[in-house]
Design a protein around this ligand. Sequence first.
Ligand SMILES: Cc1cc2nc3c(=O)[nH]c(=O)nc-3n(C[C@H](O)[C@H](O)[C@H](O)COP(=O)(O)OP(=O)(O)OC[C@H]3O[C@@H](n4cnc5c(N)ncnc54)[C@H](O)[C@@H]3O)c2cc1C
Ligand code: FES
Ligand code: FES
Length: 1349
Amino acid sequence: MNGTTADTETRSGSGSDELVFFVNGKKIVERNADPETSLLTYLRRKLGLTGTKLGCAEGGCGACTVMLSRYQTHTQQLLHYAVNACLAPLCSLHLVAVTTVEGIGSVARKLHPVQERIARAHGSQCGFCTPGIVMSMYALLRNNPTPKMADVEEAFQGNLCRCTGYRPILEGYKTFTVEGGCCGGRGRDNGCCMANGSGAEESSEEVVDESTSLFNAADFTPFDPTQEVIFPPELMSLTKGERSASLCFRGDRATWLQPNSLDEFLRLKWKHPDARVVVGNTEVGIEVKFKNMVYPVILAPAFIPELNEVRKTEDGVVFGAACTLSHMGAVLRQEVETLPPHRTEVFLAILEQLRWFAGLQIRNVAAVGGNIMTASPISDLNPVFMATGCKLTLFDKDGSRVVRMDDSFFTGYRRTTVRPQEVLVSIEIPYSKKTQFVSAFKQSPRREDDISIVTAAMSVTFHPGTDMVEALMLSYGGMAATTTLATQTEKKLLGRRWGEELLQDACSSLVEELTLDPSAPGGMVTYRRTLTLSLFYKFYLTVLQKLRDQGVKAEEVRSDCQSAADLFHPETPSSVQVYQAVPEGWGQDDVVGRPIMHLSALKQATGEAVYCDDVPLYENELYLSLITSSRAHAHILSIDTSAAESMPGVVCCVFADDIPGSNATGPIQYDETILADRQVTCVGHIIGAVVADTQLHAQRATKAVRIQYEELQPVVTIQEAIAAQSFYQPIRTIQNGDLEAGFKQADHILEGEMHIGGQEHFYLETNVTLAVPRGEDGEMELFVSTQCASKTQSLVAKALGVPANRVVVRVKRMGGGFGGKESRTTVLSTVVAVAANKLKRPVRCMLDRDEDMLVTGGRHPFFGKYKVGFLNSGKVVALDVSYYSNAGNSMDLSLSIMERALFHMENSYSVANVRGRGFLCRTNLPSNTAFRGFGGPQAMLVAESWITDVAQSLGRPADEVRRLNLYVEGELTPYNQILNQFTLDRCWDECLSRSGYQQCRAAVDLYNRQNRWTKRGLAIVPTKFGIGFTSFFLNQAGALVHIYTDGSVLLTHGGTEMGQGLHTKMVQVASRVLGIPCSKIHISETSTSTVPNTSPTAASASSDLNGAAVQNACEILEKRLEPYKTQNPKGSWEDWVRAAYFDRVNLSANGFYKTPDLCYDFDSNSGQVFNYFTYGVACSEVEIDCLTGAHKNLSSTIVMDVGHSLNPAIDIGQVEGAFIQGLGLFTMEELHYSPQGVLLTRGPGSYKIPAFGDIPTRLTVSLLRDAPNDKAIFSSKAVGEPPLFLAAANFYAIKDAITVARGESGISGPFRLDSPASTERIRNACSDRFTKLCPPAEPGTFSPWSVQV
Ligand SMILES: Cc1cc2nc3c(=O)[nH]c(=O)nc-3n(C[C@H](O)[C@H](O)[C@H](O)COP(=O)(O)OP(=O)(O)OC[C@H]3O[C@@H](n4cnc5c(N)ncnc54)[C@H](O)[C@@H]3O)c2cc1C
Ligand code: FES
Ligand code: FES
């Protein structure tokens, strides 16, 4: 029974209330709602609604987005809003309607247009992000059926996708917008913007068979907002009847009390001063999940009227503390529209902060009071509240008081003057005065949905009609343990005129006042200190401009400085995709070469696609949680599991002794252990596991395991490894020509070095394994999200001590892989198999995001050192380069990765005399592994560094030096492979012309002359990527094709589907060879029991290898069917199949393919390493803000030779997805490790992959026409990895812009820029008057927060 009238306090001794809510129209009455259960867990585990995905559990990826609807009795309105189900407490949902992706449509029933359009526009690759994106869009349309593109972009601020590069999602959803022509394509003949399918600009070149259409919007089901699911009438009447409820829910460890009045709230807070107040749970949820906090009493005041009211007073607007940020934003926007501008300066500053505050799903639930009371030093709102003197009303049982948010409000790290029994009831935000100017700034690594590095708000008031400072408040976040005011500086500037002298004094004073210890948490100390000045300078310029606009005589802002004060406003991206269409008259049945949709896309968009963790629970299934090392290098002295084993639900612990077979493991060398044996060699090293009845119980018990270590000295960084000569063997060398003679011949020699940071795969679906013992003969079946089923099979068999024929590994699909699920998946699957074997029960584990990031390694960080000799013309004649990779604590695939790096050391440039050496650093980090590009991108980025240095040192345009050194047809690579069918020059020329390079260069130069503090840069960069496994035996594949008597075909091949569209391409191949429509062909899964001994789905070669194997199998079958076709030429496919069957013909065939002629010998430097090369060129233009280091990707033009594309939509998807992943690698994604080897960035909150807002404003992708490749299936080429490197164009465009900025300070010549070109690196490299005031601390004199590994 619900406690609608009873007081929670008086009932707090009794049992729980009923929680009543609706899910997809169905009423749910939960009698045991646990305050610690999230909506996501409930949906997935209790209701079996697995369409909603778990990507991070911290509100940072949007995979769990659902829509909540509630009827607001006070406004009598329905409210629909998107939220993160992973952070939404189940108990907060009383009288709420939840809509999940399953609730809006399905393939079986009827698709919702939101589901259909993302799929048909090719916006779903692995599909793991898709339900969340679908629900964000759905919630937007429920509120606004005719949105603008800006609304769509805002709706997606909290959603991430790692596969698509976002462009196709935006393109598909543009069809709902006013800009996109919401006719849904029905007006195509009347000039609808979607007439060319993508809604993109027309290509400038008119070529008959050139297509720019990847989908046909006319095929879309029209969107009719009147057909939406209605709010449940029963819920409406329940809500109206119940008004505000006072509720109590009790769980194992926590009690949720939802008071229905302020009085009750205050009484409860008095009684439970330590109770946690929860409104949006976006702070508390993180504390409970990741900081292991337990809050026995939770007070939920979200529906108390006083905490939700919005009231206008004479001085400003009062917001109840539980008002959500979205609501506050809406109210302030309305005020800005109606009030005179001088009164809304504070509101505008808040709106500017809200624009970049988290994503919409968070803003929809997070309360303004929660932000204040969390007292985070990097809160984005507190600086504004503080700089503008907002007033807070606090209540306790006995009364209220009003406090001003000044420098006495925050008393320490996450502490305030608010007393334990008090609560915050409201905040008053003041109107600004006529002579007051306010600005707010936020600088973060990524613009959207990111935590601030430094955040600031500044307010100045002038004596009327003058530029004389009357009052000044400078508030900063990120510079101390609390939000802080620069009171000393403020005082010094009072009464001063707003001019250059004040600026100088302000800067010298801020530098003194806002100091940071060089070891300060968060690092980036020099950058943060510089930012305090840069942001003040921006404020200074803004105010000068505003003073002059008001007619006050103030210093003039130089025209070239004006852009420094501009606020960043995103522009809606536009794009063009160009490919060669199949010739006219080409048989309609032949789908090869056509942009057909990913075959699972619709299921992915409806949530019906089954991923590993969506497999329904087995009846007696258990859950496993890993016990990992917290030390980088140590002996294990003891492990105490007694506390863990006595915890609820725990079944047992698993350690090395439980492994019946061998504990030695590893993909190539067995140099690792499945479970650590006495010694750990990295933080995250797996020591054991706890198995329990539920995930929660297993994870809680894991935290109770006590381990004692004897610490040993770790080697963490490449530099430490070099100093200690800590290398794996062998050290590889490729040498060609005569290096000595080359350097002698050179007119100039220069040396340089560069570090390239690692990269986290960030597949949206983390590693997951479900192991099911079969009960006899040691058989076990595993469902694994892996790129390599066979390796999993063999390593599990080895661990269990059984032959491989007892282990079946099944892979339906992965939610992304990118190399991260090639070898490192076995670190989990072997442990789960051992546990399942020990208990003879099914065991499952899906790693949490932080565990996955900690345990599984990523892309190798590289350090490159080079010496290059070149002629006056710019021609490079000698190159000596050494690469050092941070391999981590085991060999894994590091040698092959280094070999590929060496095979790409010259990128696309012909260098006659060359030596490359590769050193694998053995360190105490988790083993690094395969990642799209496999060492190639790191090596090529170093190549682009020396070619840039050559151009800079000669003062020549970099594009000319690149072109001069570009290979030509027939030349030999350093490893003596001849370049045949060389198309790079064609890609280059097409890229130059499509990008309008020369005009662009002139415009960039002009812009740079006209702007001092923002600079533009331009770069064109080529790539040549070798195709094939360099472990030559892996260049083989198998396929198995069954034809059933009804004519349906079951296709199996050795490759796995991770979103790259491999299965779709394989069906296209089979369809062409068998001459039947794709609809007759089905791929169910990849399994070791159908195609054995498979190579990993990797090296971009899976379509080539598996495609040829499928072709082989289908040709065999085709031949067997030929007689029946001849006998009955007018018959159907089904007739021929039946006839063959009755004639006792085998309708099952096995296909096989191996790439011919591959071999290479390092000693003699001879053989053929690659089957062929994929070529591409990209040209990018960027703009940097020299003061903050932020950058915008203005445009990118990519020309890629993918041969005759098997499927242009999939290939363009690969190009765009890889390119954006490369953008992350080279400009954004930074893993931070402590000097002790602890990974500090373990989730989307701290590790930033590109988001929707990071894609180039203009993106053109063109697949090179007339470029058949005779080395692969149907003249196609591999595409998965090669385009990733092309994002180097953005890195070097940034470097180009920095060069110009440095020129303004009189600095010229080559300089080192490490990757990624983060905001910090860009700012620090733009040396100027502000950076000079903040010199870095002497290295070696302090212990930094994080080190470059
Ligand atoms: C993915 C993500 C992105 C984020 N991005 C940003 C960002 O860009 N900028 C930023 O500043 N923050 C950000 N945050 C932090 C967080 O969203 C905000 O601080 C938010 O405003 C907290 O509100 P809440 O209602 O969710 O707080 P809750 O988690 O419900 O509560 C937070 C704290 O406030 C206390 N509290 C709440 N209300 C009261 C009250 N009335 N009286 C007394 N105490 C109270 C609670 O006891 C608790 O300690 C982000 C968080 C996440 C998860
Ligand atoms: S799983 Fe909820 S936001 Fe990532
Ligand atoms: S399709 Fe978006 S994460 Fe894979």
